[in-house]
Design a protein around this ligand. Structure first.
Ligand code: ATP
Length: 236
């Protein structure tokens, strides 16, 4: 089980996320929601070690770094690097192949299968710079597929993609859930959260509520931007 023990994040003097404590239920889909600047991305980054915890720690329950897949926000990535789609997807196998593993022919079959699973069959030779935003997001998902991790952290996985791409990628996320993987996704679409994510962590510069989605996000529209941090409540 992935647990947060008083995890906070600071950038210099700026407190981005006040301490959060709780546990993500294994084999469950959890949404992290909150207004822009609420600290959602900072929490995911702290969970994968991209930013240090200013306080507390993340207990990964014995999982190594390669067993926690991470899909960053697309806006944070540089696509001018001369890399093919197949190379990028193959990097998902870094734990076994190292940084150059993507270029090994033995990965070809798995790369092709991962691309097919996101509707991008036959695109391995394309340059990543030539992809649309939606196509690139599909390729990032294919890279996560190759990593085959039991825990997946997804930062706004459906941002800036159209309805058909969202459906393809959401189906993949739901399949991960059926496989018993633990999925933690930063989302803004509360309808999607209510429909598919059984647990929700609501942030507003710190924890507001954490538990069953039906309790954290009642059916009536919630003014998320107006939420304020309170004492954290752990997931059951
Ligand atoms: N690298 C950074 N340096 C300084 N401040 C940062 C940095 N990254 C984020 N912040 C600040 O930390 C706070 C939380 O940012 P964060 O990106 O975690 O929020 P978020 O909930 O993911 O927002 P969004 O929905 O807009 O992606 C914000 O006030 C932001 O300005």
């Amino acid at each position: 089980m992935l647990r947060l023990h008083d995890v906070s994040v600071e950038y210099g003097p700026h407190l981005a996320l006040a301490p959060v404590s709780g546990a993500f239920l294994p084999g469950t889909l959890t949404a992290i929601v909150g207004a822009n600047g609420a600290g959602k991305s900072s929490l995911l980054k702290a969970m994968v070690g991209l930013v240090p915890c200013a306080s507390g720690h993340v207990d990964r329950g014995g999982l190594g770094p390669a067993q926690v897949g991470y899909l960053p926000q697309q806006a944070a990535l540089d696509r001018t690097f001369p890399l093919s789609v197949g190379d990028l997807v193959g990097m998902g196998d870094w734990a076994h192949s190292g940084w150059a593993g993507a270029f090994f022919p033995r990965l070809r079959g798995r790369i092709d299968a991962a691309l097919a699973s996101v509707g991008m069959a036959g695109m391995a030779g394309r340059s990543i710079a030539a992809l649309s935003v939606g196509q690139f997001q599909r390729v990032l998902f294919a890279r996560v597929c190759l990593q085959d991790a039991p825990v997946l952290l997804l930062d706004e996985p459906f941002a800036s993609v159209d309805a058909s791409t969202t459906q393809v990628l959401l189906d993949l996320v739901l399949a991960w859930g059926r496989d018993g993987r633990t999925v933690i996704a930063v989302l803004h679409d509360l309808g999607m959260v209510r429909a598919h994510f059984s647990q929700t962590l609501l942030l507003a510069g710190g924890p507001v509520a954490w538990g069953a989605t039906a309790d954290v996000l009642p059916a009536e529209r919630m003014p998320i931007a107006a939420t304020t941090p309170v004492t954290p409540r752990s997931a059951p």
